[in-house]
Design a protein around this ligand. Sequence first.
Ligand code: DON
Length: 574
Amino acid sequence: MNPPRPHVAAALGALFSLLLPFAAPAATPAAAPAAHPPGAAIASAHALATDAGLDILREGGNAFDAAVAVSSVLSVVEPISSGLGGGGFFLLHDARTGKDTFLDAREMSPEAATPERYLDKDGNLDPDKSENGPWSAGLPGLPAALVELASKHGRLPLARSLAPAIRIAREGFPVYARLERGYASRREVMERYPGTRAVFLADGDPPKVGETLRQPELARTLELLAEKGFDGFYRGETARKLVASVNAEGGKWTAAELAAYHVREREPIRFRYRDWDITTAPPTSSGGVALAEILNIVSGWNLQELDAAHRTHLLVEAMRRAYRDRTIYLGDPDFTRVPVARLTSADYAAGLRATIHPDKATPSELLSGKPAPLEDDETTHFSIIDADGNIVSATQTVNLLYGSGLVAEGTGVLLNDEMDDFALKPGTPNAFGVMGFEANAPKPGKRMLSSMTPTIMASPSKVAVLGAPGGSRIITEVLLGILGYDAGLSAQEVAALPRIHHQWMPDVISAEKGALDADTVKALEAMGHTVNAAEGTWGNLQTVAWDRAAGTLEGGTDPRNPVGKAATLEATER
Ligand code: DON
């Protein structure tokens, strides 16, 4: 656990209104910035994962080896959030070549998953099919990403970096409150499946805080991956069991399409915001395009001169426009032409900016989306910088809490329910209240649109790495994080920042309790905004930052998640 420093916690109520003015830009370094960090830093949503990554660095691994360890341990200890049965995005910076690489390990649609599969007898989207069980699962991508990270980017063998995950799967880890709570809310679905009961009811009862959760079959699956690489998961024993289990539950996967899974290497989105070069997630994520659009729009104003209500208003109007474009234009670029250059251009932002009234909300009029339900924060992000300056910003997921609820028998692998991220019925909101049309319609082998936004931001004096879970709210969490760093906040302050969000539909500003004061809410309402000013908390932001001017490293872990951990490692400890 890594709580915020006391003075930070105390200042949080007022911080949001202080943050949004985007205070002074990061200080110009007096001395030439250091070429290498003074050590390494890792922030993740579980201490066991952060510690595993640090151990791999101590053993001589680089940030990419550490990412294999962190990712695979998270897959074991956070089945609520991500796992071998899910997918993820890995944004990598190689310090030696200066190259940034984006690994798209998003799940792919099975061939049989046509839109009609997800409708009820009246033709409405049936969430029991899109969010639960065999039809909700896409073909997993995470194991392929681990193999690629180790073989193309790491220094250590895959087996060495997977060793901590294998050990923790076999020996177990202590059950924590979110895991227990999440199980209770998904219990009915999970207990439909024998493979799931074998893992979570091994001792006859659901997991409880204080107990140890052991996953021996998952340990064996990880061992096969360690021994045989890609073929250890996508062909042979594990693949056979995955296909058999999905099909036994009434779904339809084939061995051939599982064996054809591949990670896509894509060019990241890059743009500039004030002093910062931002490198972030391209489609199949909607995150980078939306971030660029929002920051390009707001960079046209001197926000520091405005009061909190007007700053919030302008930010929300920019969010509204970016989320509208997400709905219409974004999807898997292998299947649909995404106008990335236009959406991220300064001219396009200038056009949108001109449509924003300085003190009147633009109604989002169209279908009213159902409010985005956020029971808890599934999905998980981790950030790593090593002593050579290599960087990993990674977000991985099984989508909703405990994914599809279906553990493939004999594998310990809990399958995702990522199919719900497709626009299964055009114009109908998904579990996050976001919708889509043709660009994000399901097709065999297509990847469903994501909001995951692993990001790296660099100014002359600082490099920061950040990302978060939260479904459609991921993009605005990362946005506020970028603005926080720009305002000079520390990594821990950035992780703790109070949050606001607007996603075009539903046409409402969501705010964590304390994020907006009563006067600001009143002023926003007078401009025509609807404000939910006291929503529960959301998000689980994990970030690390290297101050090149000061020669220091720091990590920030979201205080909303008590089991996260940010830690640094002195270069001499390696
Ligand atoms: O890829 C996406 O955008 C979603 N599947 C992420 C899900 C998520 O963050 C769940 N957390 N609340």
